[in-house]
Design a protein around this ligand. Structure first.
Ligand code: GLU
Length: 487
């Protein structure tokens, strides 16, 4: 097996850098999976850094929920605010002091400058620039260093801006693309440090990636336009650039960027629906990547074994919920043992405060019998109760189709009930035999005999194998239901 693998690369240090601004997003899980894998494959480190400098968008419990998501998916970081690590702290809000020094270092070296424009002035400049079709020109850029320093020393509020050389171009090398050329005259002198001392995304991101020794920046495509600024920052500091790879964005079916309106985007929604983390990971791994052997079902270890970053393709992968459900069904039926499914299903139902009358645990024989019957008919755990109401209560709905089947076969029900009553053993094999004998005797097709019974005991035609279902329900319950329907 080892001989098939390309030579192990030097340890990669990767990271995700989510901003705690809301629900834990499938995009974060997606990018997390690839970064986790790249680090694991090479014996490297996977870091989770919280980029919480934007206090306006900060949502207090969001960070905790991101950790929970990563844990649920088994993508535990090696370093994070929770785990700690040698490069901490891992929250940018706890690293504030260092960003100012780095920004001032760039002022010293002439790669950045103090800017004093007020927001009104900036608005006017922006409008002017838009009309003229060029990037905003900041007058403070032309102040002498001594003059600017004097104004800062006198207490005048100032931001620090990157001084982008107006000539030439900045090339972004992305592992998944041809070099991307950005004309410098189109790159803004971005703010690096705000007047209140808060860093912007660009500065904090680059400084932290450097201090945390990140070797591979693997993030979503939407950050490509920020990357020339980051490249300029690395150069200004005299630091080597990491490897950049911008992953394709997950898309809705109509190819627009994945959005709440068209697809649930919170991983908690998938958790609440009872999706399996293994199925979710498997599905996410196929977003922009295909297993070299065409294998559709594979686990994290297999992904780590065969994945190569350079094989990622860029045609916007569609986050297709139906496909994810299909994966989940596959995992229920073909990957997990029945024991495992029963245990997880039971835990899911308990978490959701579902009461299963007289079931005392995942090993309960009745619960196991129902689970066994339902596994072939289930895609996600959340559908379980709706599909099995008749197993748990006498008060189950009878749908229109079932009512029709009862009405059509009503005259058969009393005798079938009698035969069910008289069976020496009430098991699936005997029940099946009885149905066949009855059909033959009366010259009826099985398609006439079974539906009214099915309809009577389940209230729906979408139910498992009839003899097995009757055995699971037990004679007493079956007779009561059939007799009631016969009235
Ligand atoms: N804080 C950014 C985010 O919310 C990080 C982007 C990056 O990975 O550089 O995704």
């Amino acid at each position: 097996m080892l001989s098939l693998m390309s030579a192990p690369s030097s340890p990669r240090v990767t990271r995700i850098a989510p901003s705690p601004t809301g629900d834990p997003h499938v995009g974060t899980a997606y990018i997390g999976l690839f970064n986790h894998t790249l680090a694991r494959q090479s014996g490297g480190r996977f870091i989770l850094r919280v980029e919480d400098t934007d206090r306006n968008r900060y949502v207090p419990d969001s960070e905790k929920r991101i950790f929970q998501m990563m844990q649920w998916l088994n993508l535990t970081p090696d370093e994070s605010p929770l785990q700690g690590g040698p490069n901490g702290p891992y929250r940018q809000s706890e690293r504030f002091d260092l960003y100012g020094d780095y920004a001032r270092q760039l002022v010293q070296s002439g790669h950045a400058y103090y800017a004093f424009e007020t927001s009104d002035e900036l608005a006017a400049l922006r409008e002017e620039a838009q009309k003229a079709g060029h990037v905003i020109a900041i007058p403070s850029r032309d102040l002498g260093a001594a003059q600017a320093q004097a104004r800062v020393d006198a207490g005048e509020p100032a931001v620090i801006r990157l001084k982008v050389d107006r000539d030439g171009e900045t090339v972004v090398n992305d592992l998944l693309r041809d070099p991307i050329h950005f004309a410098n005259k189109e790159i803004d002198d971005k703010v690096l440090l705000k007047a209140d001392g808060f860093p912007t995304y660009h500065l904090a991101n680059v400084v932290d990636d450097r201090l945390m020794q990140v070797t591979h920046v693997v993030r979503a495509e939407e950050w490509i336009t920020s990357t020339p600024i980051h490249v300029l920052l690395y150069r200004a500091f005299g630091w080597p650039e990491p490897v950049f790879a911008h992953m394709p964005l997950l898309r809705n079916a109509d190819k627009s960027k994945i959005s709440k309106r068209k697809n649930p985007t919170s991983v908690e929604w998938y958790q609440n629906q009872g999706f399996l983390p293994e199925a979710m990971l498997n599905f996410l791994a196929t977003m922009g990547w295909t297993h070299p052997d065409g294998q559709e079902i594979f686990d994290l270890a297999e992904f780590e074994r065969v994945f190569r970053l350079e094989d990622v393709t860029l045609g916007g992968p569609v986050f297709d919920l139906a496909k994810l459900r299909w994966y989940n069904g596959k995992y229920l039926r073909e990957v997990l043992s029945e024991d495992d499914v029963a245990r997880r299903l039971h835990a899911f139902l308990m978490q959701n405060k579902v009461t299963l009358p007289s079931v005392d645990g995942p090993q309960d024989p009745y619960f196991r019998a129902v689970t066994h019957l339902m596994i072939p008919r289930l895609e996600v755990f959340a559908d379980f109760m709706d599909k099995t109401l008749y197993f748990w209560s006498e008060d189950y709905p009878v749908n229109e189709k079932a009512q029709k089947a009862i009405d059509a076969g009503k005259e058969l029900l009393p005798e079938l009930a009698a035969r069910l009553k008289n069976l020496p053993t009430f098991d699936a094999a005997s029940i099946k035999e009885m149905f066949h004998a009855y059909a033959e005797e009366k010259g009826l097709k099985m398609g006439k005999v079974m539906p009214p019974i099915r309809a009577a005991v389940a209230g729906t035609m979408e139910s498992p194998d009839l003899p097995e279902m009757l055995e699971a329900l037990g004679r007493e319950r079956v007779l009561a239901r059939v007799e009631k329907a016969a009235r």
